[in-house]
Design a protein around this ligand. Structure first.
Ligand code: PEP
Length: 240
């Protein structure tokens, strides 16, 4: 399975900061040992797509609506992301689920629509601390995959990002044992549902924990928040 190193910039970096980042990142991007994907904020997408043209860097949006156009004030269209040159859409990040009330049903529509446009959905799944402590992790992930992929096409590209909610932006990374066990479970659920997809780990990945985490079974790369904002820290992760 190919390795993917993805960067979720959340609500960081203006268009000018985005251009400046890629100008220096392009000087080191050839060292990456897998595919590079960046998710800038929607307003910085055009700056990102323009600046990475001709490089090995892929761009995606952090979200899109489940329709390409229409009376949906404030939403973003995957069709526009495609026209700008983007290849990926992040779907169902825990911040979208928790802060913006995204349901598995809406997420399933987005996954299908993105695939139909010829872009790759990166579907995020993950349990809360409360769910892990109650030993519900498997059930939560199984439900998120079953419902989130209900309308997906098994023959089209798909990437899964397993991100334990309690590890996102907290500095509390999952242990190698937890990552091994959970990625093996996610791989098993996907296989049972008939999907083949790279499974990325996300949640406080840093240059120092990346080598141990990438060595775990069914870990095909990372989705990185905080440590993706600086060229040096992200390229160290992307060269494990
Ligand atoms: C994320 O936002 O998806 C993420 C994993 O963030 P961090 O690496 O900062 O935990």
């Amino acid at each position: 399975m190919k390795k993917i190193f993805a960067a979720n910039w959340k609500l960081h970096k203006t268009p000018a900061e985005t251009r400046a980042f890629f100008k220096s990142f392009k000087e080191v991007s050839a060292k990456a040992t897998g595919e590079l994907v960046f998710f800038p904020s929607a307003i910085s997408l055009e700056a990102a797509c323009d600046t990475v043209k001709g490089s090995n860097i892929h761009i995606g949006a952090q979200n899109c609506y489940a329709q390409n156009q229409g009376a949906f004030t404030g939403e973003n269209s995957a069709q526009v992301v495609k026209e700008l040159g983007g290849d990926y859409i992040l779907i169902g990040h825990s911040e979208r689920r928790q802060l913006f009330g995204e349901t598995d049903g809406l997420i399933a529509e987005k996954v299908a629509m993105v695939q139909n446009l010829g872009l790759t959905p990166m579907l995020c799944i993950g349990e809360t601390l409360q769910e892990r402590e109650a030993a519900h992790t498997f059930r939560v992930l199984e439900t998120q995959l079953l419902l989130g992929l209900a309308k997906a096409d098994k023959s089209k590209p798909l990437v899964i990002a397993y991100e334990p909610v309690w590890a996102i932006g907290t500095g509390k990374v999952a242990t190698p044992e937890q990552v091994a066990e959970t990625h093996t479970d996610v791989h098993g659920i996907l296989t049972k549902l008939g999907f083949t997809a790279p499974i990325l780990y996300g949640g406080s990945v840093k240059a120092d924990n990346a080598p141990t985490l990438i060595a775990q079974p069914h870990v095909s790369g990372f989705l990185v928040g905080g440590a993706s904002l600086e060229v040096d820290s992200f390229i160290k992760i992307a060269t494990v």
